[in-house]
Ligand binder design. Structure first.
Ligand code: HPA
Length: 270
């Protein structure tokens, strides 16, 4: 076995023992300011701190907790407290939860995030389904020796977000969701107006500091993935307002209820 899987397996075994089940069906990663989904479930909570080898998040708005619940007959594990590259973690720590999900047998992954809008049609408070992404993070989590047990080195990324699941996501809400392409950057500084013009020119719809590494590893592991962005602000240059992390959290909180119902309805359809 690849020695890098040792901590992943230890963490997975701990989780399995703790929730007394043999496998998990669905993983949900909750983004900045979006932990309300897990809180709404009345599930079994445990802290990342208690899980062997599990990296701890440091950013405000991220709790560092796992919640287990059965939703529409699916054994679901929610990860609140995402690990961001900008916190200084090596990229393999950022994707550790996805590798744990693979060991737990997860077949479907829902990734959420907060993102800045790159065009005026996408407003703060909107939810955007990710149809694709552009990796401008300057890093790829599959660099280095391949973890053969989890998948092939040269991963096909022609459908990073499952078309089949996107169809179901669209059926999960009476009000149509926006769709678009997520541009992943490392942060932590927000973009300059010139960078925002560049992201628009290359086809981006929204920009954020997460999701891309997790999606790449989920594709490596053949976990079917969907992504949802809560649009928390217009990206810089599109508005005269200055950007702040506090604003991102407060708008994300206002979108949370909509997001909760979309995910719950979606889990009933898959
Ligand atoms: N830029 C990058 N990441 C973000 C933004 C943004 O404007 N809003 C929320 N996450």
């Amino acid at each position: 076995m690849d020695e890098r899987l040792e901590p992943v397996k230890r963490a997975s075994e701990y989780i399995i023992e703790k929730i007394k089940t043999d496998k998990i069906d669905v993983g949900v990663i909750l983004g900045t300011g979006l932990s309300g989904f897990a809180k709404s479930l009345n599930g079994q909570d445990f802290s990342y701190k208690s899980i062997p080898y599990f990296p701890q998040p440091t950013v405000q708005g991220h709790d560092g907790k796992l919640t287990y619940a059965i939703i529409a007959d699916k054994k679901t594990l929610c990860f609140q407290g995402r690990l961001h590259y900008y916190e200084g973690y090596p990229i393999d720590k950022v994707v550790f939860p996805v590798r744990v999900m693979k060991e737990l047998g997860v077949k479907t992954l829902v990734i959420t995030n907060s993102a800045g809008s790159l065009n005026k049609d996408l407003k703060p408070g909107d939810i955007m389904i990710l149809t694709d992404h552009i990796n401008l993070m300057g890093v790829n989590p599959l660099v280095g020796k391949n973890i053969e047990e989890h998948g092939k080195k040269f991963v096909d990324m022609s459908e990073p977000y499952s078309k089949k699941l996107i169809t179901l996501l669209k059926q999960s809400t009476p009000t149509p969701l926006k769709e678009g392409i997520y541009v992943g950057v490392s942060g932590p500084s927000f973009e300059t107006p010139a960078e925002v013009r560049f992201f628009r020119a290359i086809g981006g719809s929204a920009v954020g500091m997460s999701t891309v590494p997790e999606t790449i590893v989920a594709n490596h592991c053949k976990i079917e993935t969907v992504g949802l962005s809560c649009i928390s602000n217009y990206a810089s240059g599109l508005t005269v307002n200055r950007l702040s992390h506090e604003e991102v959290i407060s708008i994300a909180k206002r979108t949370e209820n909509d997001l909760v119902s979309v995910i719950l309805n979606f889990l009933a359809l898959i």
